[in-house]
Design a protein around this ligand. Structure first.
Ligand code: ATP
Length: 269
């Protein structure tokens, strides 16, 4: 049955455009057109920047890490640079200087980093840049996984991603023991970056059909030696088996024990 508003066809009142209505209608249309144009220009600008940044990668690799005195010396997206500036991060620490150049190009990196050396940013920056390079959209789902030994460390990384990655618009979720599994279960499918502890992540992988890692771009293992000392070896192996082989892996560890070397052999190329 056709939709009717209760008026017969002939009596239907036509909308009248007087001079004033007409010009405000035109104004709305003009603004809409302008907005569309601006959006297209921004998209094009972003594409050009992406090309420019990637063109500089090869040049970057030829330089010694000592020449990177400021984060602006790295080819980074304006979104990350702005986030760093707003959080007053200007000069990279040694671990940041030594690893970022490699991790930016998509290579696997095994970094030896003592506590307090600044490794949080050394892992956050490449994660944000990898998703930016892949033009990751919030609806693409999980793009990066950061596994930490403790809730406190996971929380610290989560906060840094949110602070430095503010302009990227990726969604970030914390999946740690001690919080409600049901709450995490319902939200997990829409998250772009998950920061987690190994036990809770594996629980979701085993029990939650919404947990989908098929498109994962980057895996980060933070404080790998500590995770192994805490007895997470089996869980880490099971998690790695559930991830796509085609991905980037960043592994940070304060010590390079035999077990850490074995783990890095399993998860890096
Ligand atoms: N480039 C930087 N410029 C200034 N401060 C920085 C920089 N990088 C990190 N920091 C600060 O240094 C402190 C230690 O950094 P971070 O927590 O990343 O170290 P970490 O190696 O992860 O240590 P932990 O294992 O204790 O967490 C933090 O307060 C952080 O904000």
């Amino acid at each position: 049955m056709p939709h009717t508003n209760g008026k017969s066809g002939n009596n239907r009142r036509k909308r009248k455009f007087d001079g004033e209505n007409d010009s405000s209608f035109k104004k709305i249309l003009r603004e809409k057109r302008l907005m569309k144009k601006r959006k297209q220009e921004l998209k094009q600008k972003e594409e050009n920047m992406l090309d420019e940044v990637q063109d500089k990668y090869q040049e970057m690799l030829k330089k010694s890490s000592r020449t990177f005195h400021s984060f602006e010396d790295f080819p980074l997206s304006w979104k990350t640079l702005e986030g760093l500036k707003e959080n007053e991060y200007v000069k990279p620490t040694e671990i940041q200087r030594d690893t970022i150049a490699y991790s930016l190009t998509g290579s696997d990196v095994v970094g030896a980093a003592k506590t307090g050396s600044g490794k949080t940013l050394a892992l956050v920056i490449p994660v944000l840049e990898a998703l930016w390079r892949a033009k990751w959209s919030p609806e693409y789902g999980l793009g990066a996984l950061v596994i930490s030994p403790t809730r406190e460390l996971a929380l610290q990384t989560f906060s840094t991603i949110n602070a430095v990655g503010k302009h990227h618009g990726f969604s970030c979720g914390l999946v740690i023991g001690g919080s409600e599994v049901a709450f995490e279960r319902n939200r997990i499918s829409g998250v772009n970056i998950i920061v987690c502890t190994p036990g809770r992540l594996l629980q979701h992988m085993d029990e939650n059909e919404q947990m989908n890692c098929d498109c994962l771009q980057v895996l980060v293992l933070d404080e790998a030696d500590r995770m192994l000392d805490m007895g997470f070896s089996k869980q880490l192996n099971s998690i790695i088996c559930n991830l796509p082989a085609e991905r980037q892996t960043l592994l940070f560890s304060a010590t390079q024990t035999r077990n850490v070397k074995d783990l890095s052999r399993v998860c890096t190329n």
